[in-house]
Ligand binder design. Structure first.
Ligand SMILES: Nc1ncnc2c1ncn2[C@@H]1O[C@H](COP(=O)(O)OP(=O)(O)OP(=O)(O)O)[C@@H](O)[C@H]1O
Ligand SMILES: [Mg+2]
Length: 357
């Protein structure tokens, strides 16, 4: 799939803008704070209905304006369609060819995008929640059931936590009912995550070795819940029962999962150099592209925000070669393109995108 063009109205610092993308590599250049990331964020929003920078849609609307609109023309082998999103009154609504998405429904599979954002580097170093977020946003797009399983688990967890919080001694039947609901939802999400990480891991290994020219990185899923039957899940829960009642919250399940990336057995979170971490994260994104490519819509769009800094020249070149398999949009503040040959270049200044090549 490719995005042929995007139109923005009052999206962040863009008043009215239109940018056309060729099927290959597009380069967006500009100095700091001009609108490079804003453009990638808009493409990502069309794909996922979410921003990687904020959970509050109103921040996406240009200062002093009431609403924002993003519209993109998407081409797949099955045909061309228009995806649109409006943000107004702190809410986002989305349409495909003018028809609204129902609440809770999303465009997953229609149009997919994988975004490398410098903020994601924090994911490698930061709390497990950050790593779960990239797992959910990137790989989650590859499984049609993922979003539903995720939403469902969050709902069950909220209710189970409310029960634990509200009662010092929760009524036995009520707790048993929520334990059972929890086990079912937790197993479903854990199984999806486990499959997706298993699918992505070999790609990540190969890509990281290609980019770095040295040892492959490995991706390891660290589920909180092990085992895949209701009985096993409930048995593990029983072991944590006292602690849960004491701390009055759920201590087991996908909300406690983690991801680990290792090179030569070294945990990158603790021992990775800047360049190694960046390389591993890019390899993770390229692996997500490959996993998503096996879905009916074909390869997703790859968005690389400021990825080139901190990579040495060899790594840059290898990265751009590896990215060739999908439509790719790259931003950079630099004029040195390290031998990149974009099909098209836009220069952005103050939210105005001007085609320069
Ligand atoms: N809701 C908004 N309304 C108007 N302007 C906004 C809004 N949100 C962000 N901006 C501004 O948009 C500008 C461009 O932001 P963007 O993140 O796209 O910069 P960038 O080109 O990626 O810069 P950098 O190279 O520093 O990453 C910033 O100056 C930011 O303050
Ligand atoms: Mg930026």
């Amino acid at each position: 799939m490719i995005i042929e063009q995007i139109e923005l109205r009052n999206w962040r610092n863009a008043g009215e803008a239109r940018v056309e993308f060729p099927p290959g590599l597009t380069l967006i250049t500009g100095r700091n704070a001009q609108g490079k990331t804003n453009l990638l964020e808009a493409v990502f929003f069309l794909a996922t209905g979410r921003s990687h920078r904020t959970a509050r849609p109103e921040e996406l609307v240009a200062f002093g304006q009431e609403s924002a609109v993003v519209r993109g023309t998407i081409r797949r082998s099955s045909g061309t369609f228009v995806l649109a999103a409006q943000i107004a009154g702190g809410r986002a609504t989305r349409q495909r060819d003018g028809k609204s998405f129902r609440r809770g429904q999303d465009s997953l599979g229609d149009f997919a995008a994988v975004l490398f954002a410098p903020e994601d580097l924090l994911a490698l170093k930061g709390a497990p929640a950050e790593r779960r977020r990239i797992l959910d946003l990137d790989l989650g797009q590859a499984a049609p059931a993922y979003r539903g399983a995720h939403v469902n688990y969050a709902k069950v967890l909220r209710q189970r936590n409310a029960l634990l919080r509200n009662y010092e001694h929760p009524p036995r039947e009520m707790l048993a009912a929520w334990d059972a609901a929890w086990a079912k939802a937790a197993i479903a999400l854990t199984a999806l995550r486990s499959r997706l990480v298993e699918d992505a891991a070999p790609h990540l290994g190969r890509r990281s070795a290609e980019i770095s020219g040295s040892a492959p990185a490995s991706l390891v899923y660290e589920p909180s819940l092990t085992g895949d039957t209701i009985d096993e899940a409930l048995a593990q829960l029983t072991l944590r029962r006292e602690e849960e009642l004491r701390r009055r919250t759920s201590l087991l399940g996908p909300h406690r999962d983690d991801l680990r990336i290792e090179i030569d057995g070294r945990d990158l979170r603790l021992y990775g150099s800047q360049g190694e971490q960046r390389t591993a994260l890019v390899a993770f994104k390229l692996a997500a592209v490959e996993v998503l490519s096996t879905r009916p819509g074909g390869a997703p769009v790859l968005l690389l925000d400021d990825v080139l800094s901190e990579l040495d020249e060899g790594r840059r070149r290898n990265l751009l070669l590896a990215a060739m398999q999908a439509q790719t949009i790259v931003t950079t503040t630099e004029s040195d393109l390290a031998g990149m040959e974009p099909q098209r270049t836009y220069a952005v200044r103050g939210g105005i995108y001007e085609r320069t090549w």
